[in-house]
Ligand binder design. Structure first.
Ligand code: ZN
Length: 272
């Protein structure tokens, strides 16, 4: 089986330090945590920017600072910038992180209801983000919260807006979206275009299930405090602990861990 790419989703937009004091929020904290995750086995870090109050923010400057500090601390690692913008669905602010040409960025190819709000991704915004990533040689991680998003990604690929191999992140167990269970996972996998690479993420306690499935079925995995703040019931985790656990499980399955350069090779990323 091919080597396992581990992505550490360091902070997200929703988790707070009050929920888990180990959550990295400032550029310095994100850089320190990125290095720890790299040392534990992560090839990619997925990051969101926060303002001084810890609230999600957008903007080239803050993303530049985060990107530069992570690269100073850990030059090898692949930095994946989020374009999610939950509080701001517009293309302008959401695309600012792409201006610094990160190696990767997230891309959600449809809208979905979360527990209490709409995660809005209009066709126009999706296509603009896609074009910008294509022009700047940024590899999209296509975030899939529902089956229809795979259909939309295939259409974007047919239009020439997504380059092969497509890299999907199957987001499972978000309240309001698709469940984290085997029937749904099997359905998603049958829908992926041939030759795609895929990663899997599970929210909260689902992260154990998705980590095992990604490792056992030949996919890749995303772990981290964005999706899950616990190591086990009642015990808070750190990002590096969650990466280290994925490494241990992978070894039990005989999966070796991809270095960042090996991840670039698997995903077709040319190093900047
Ligand atoms: Zn994210």
């Amino acid at each position: 089986m091919k080597k396992l790419i581990i992505t550490a989703a360091l902070d997200g937009a929703v988790t707070t330090k009050a929920q888990n004091p180990a959550l990295p929020v400032t550029p310095d904290e994100l850089a320190e945590d990125a290095l720890k995750c790299y040392e534990a086995g992560a090839a990619v870090v997925h990051v969101h920017a926060r303002d001084e109050n810890g609230k999600e923010t957008q903007g080239k400057e803050i993303y530049q600072e985060i990107h530069d500090k992570i690269k100073d601390a850990c030059p090898e690692i692949i930095v994946q910038i989020s374009t999610s913008g939950r509080d701001c669905p517009d293309f302008g602010p959401r695309s600012e992180g792409l201006l610094l040409n990160p190696e990767m960025a997230s891309l959600t190819t449809g809208s979905v209801n979360f527990a209490s709000k709409i995660y809005e991704n209009s066709p126009e915004t999706i296509e603009k983000l896609c074009r910008m990533m294509l022009e700047r040689n940024i590899k999209p991680e296509i975030e899939i919260f529902d089956t229809s998003m795979i259909v939309a990604a295939k259409e974007l690929a047919e239009k020439g807006l997504l380059k092969k191999p497509l890299y999907f992140d199957l987001m499972m167990g978000v309240r309001g979206a698709q469940p984290a269970d085997f029937a749904q996972l099997n359905h998603l996998l049958t829908m992926l275009p041939e030759g795609s690479e895929w990663c899997i993420s599970g929210i909260s306690k689902n992260q154990q299930f998705t980590t095992m499935m990604g490792i056992a079925l030949g996919g890749h995995v995303r772990v981290g405090l964005e999706d899950n703040i616990y190591y086990r019931r009642g015990e808070l985790a750190t990002n590096a602990q969650l990466v280290a656990r994925a490494v241990r499980i992978a070894r039990e399955f005989g999966r070796e861990i991809a270095t960042p350069d090996e991840a670039r090779e698997i995903l077709g990323i040319k190093r900047i």
